[in-house]
Design a protein around this ligand. Sequence first.
Ligand SMILES: [Zn+2]
Length: 76
Amino acid sequence: MTPVACAECGTEVLCEKFSAAHTQVQWTDRAASVCPRIAARVAAGELSARVRSCPALRAGIEAAVREGRLEVPADV
Ligand SMILES: [Zn+2]
């Protein structure tokens, strides 16, 4: 797992690429409470376990892939 930080809120999560299209993102409980985007949705009544998207974090993960910090296994 490779740590990737959200450029917007600084939340750090662990990521692993299984293929170009499949990324596993492992949030920590702390990440769920730190990211303002997730906190806002939880405050609106959504379960934190279901809120798994932070656009800024996603962009950070894509940047990590482009820069080679997050390794993508070749498709078999
Ligand atoms: Zn974020």
